[in-house]
Ligand binder design. Structure first.
Ligand SMILES: Cc1ncc(COP(=O)(O)O)c(C=O)c1O
Length: 395
């Protein structure tokens, strides 16, 4: 029997995952600063409203539609202005089951096995795995922090990373986990670079609704730019509404009309082969976006509250909380550790704190911790106080 070499035999099994499992089995407390599942973060979900909307949606007849149901696409288009973002054209939307699946459809659309996507580094480990499953590889381009801890796109390095095998450039906007957001100059640079090289841009905007208070920059979606590059903008319920379990996301296709028309026709073919967005959720979508507003508001308040706790603590010399621009995470700068996994294991063992060192997000150098701002505030406070007490002893 032969299996694909693109697929590992077992899910990643590492020492930290084993230590977490052992601690859970022994019923020992874990202050989990890696938690990013909103359904496990003690939020007050409007479950009766969600259930009623889904029950109504379940009665809708099945009418297969590769783009997604018209009413659902109109609901997605209406979500953008509802959040204070520019309107998007519903005729340019395709619905998918998740943003991850949307990437996969785009890999099928844009190239054959052996080609490359440029993706930011550091980053949440997703694109490289999705790319590999479609026979693509991901080539990194750097995001870099300045001396104040604000992150920037290294424009020259991005251009230098383009090779004859490059078939797309991915931008995560706002970026996970650094919170980087494209300023006007970055946006134009990305679109111009793509247009000049005949490459499509894939803008993953799942965190678009989560700018830090007072930071309006990321209210500009790539979907609302008149662009000379073919631009695919991805969004979904999983973050925007805190409803990952409902499996609904979308691709907006923008750019020059002829390219958009051809891309959409080909995307229709791929989407028609899967038809993966389910009917009840699509039919319920206008109401689910209403429920989502309530959940999103709670998430936004939670992120602000937890970040205020983190930034309000007095940190010992060598440890510093970075400014937050957007997203669900905060970054803690600390002295480099010779073995980052060992450090994470010791933190778990001594303080009961689970937190991701930078290597998990492919930071090019040691000396970073990524902290999720989503945990319940009580647990969050104990967890970050544990980091403050133990990190100086362990690095
Ligand atoms: C930047 C980014 N894009 C996409 C996803 C996956 O989103 P979805 O649940 O829609 O597949 C994640 C998951 O955390 C993410 O961090």
């Amino acid at each position: 029997m032969q299996f694909s070499t693109r697929v590992p035999a077992a899910l990643e099994d590492n020492a930290l995952a084993r230590a977490v499992a052992a601690r859970r089995a022994a019923k020992k407390t874990i202050y989990d600063l890696t938690l990013t599942n909103p359904t496990q973060a003690g939020l007050d979900y409007p479950t009766a409203e969600i259930a009623a909307a889904l029950a109504e949606g379940a009665a809708a007849p099945y009418s297969p539609e590769p783009l997604g149901l018209l009413s659902a696409r109109k609901a997605v288009a209406a979500y953008y202005p509802g959040c204070g973002l520019d309107a998007v054209d519903w005729t340019c939307l395709h619905l998918t089951a998740s943003t991850s699946e949307a990437y996969s459809l785009l890999f099928k659309l844009l190239g054959e096995p052996g080609v490359e996507i440029l993706a930011p580094r550091p980053s949440y480990p997703l694109i490289e795995h999705l790319a590999a499953l479609d026979g693509w590889s991901a080539r990194p381009y750097p995001l870099v922090p300045d001396h104040t801890g604000v992150w920037h796109l290294d424009q020259a390095a991005l251009v230098a990373a383009i090779t004859p095998a490059t078939r797309a450039i991915a931008v995560i906007h706002p970026h996970n986990p650094t919170g980087w957001i494209a300023n006007g100059a970055d946006t134009h640079f990305l679109l111009d670079t793509c247009a000049r090289h005949g490459l499509p841009l894939i803008a993953d905007e799942v965190f678009l609704d989560y700018p830090a208070v007072g930071n309006k920059t990321c209210a500009e979606s790539f979907a609302s730019h008149k662009s000379s590059a073919l631009t695919f903008t991805l969004g979904g319920l999983s973050k925007s509404c805190g409803l990952p379990q409902l499996k609904l996301a979308w691709i907006h296709t923008g750019g020059p009309a002829e390219l958009v028309a051809e891309a959409q026709a080909r995307l229709d073919f791929i989407a028609d082969a899967y038809l993966s967005a389910n009917t009840p959720v699509q039919a319920a979508l206008p109401k689910l976006f209403e429920c989502g507003k309530k959940i999103r508001g709670q998430i936004q308040r939670r992120l602000e509250e937890n970040y205020a706790v983190l930034a309000g603590l007095t940190w010992p010399k060598g440890l510093a909380v970075m400014p937050r621009e957007a997203g669900w995470s905060a970054l803690l700068r600390r002295p480099a550790a010779p073995d980052e996994e060992k450090l994470a294991l010791k933190l778990l063992e001594r303080a009961g704190v689970l937190a991701h060192p930078g290597y998990f997000f492919d930071f090019p150098e040691s000396g970073w911790h990524v902290i999720s701002l989503l945990p319940e505030p009580k647990e969050f406070r104990v967890g970050v106080e544990g980091l403050r007490e133990w990190l100086p002893k362990l690095v």
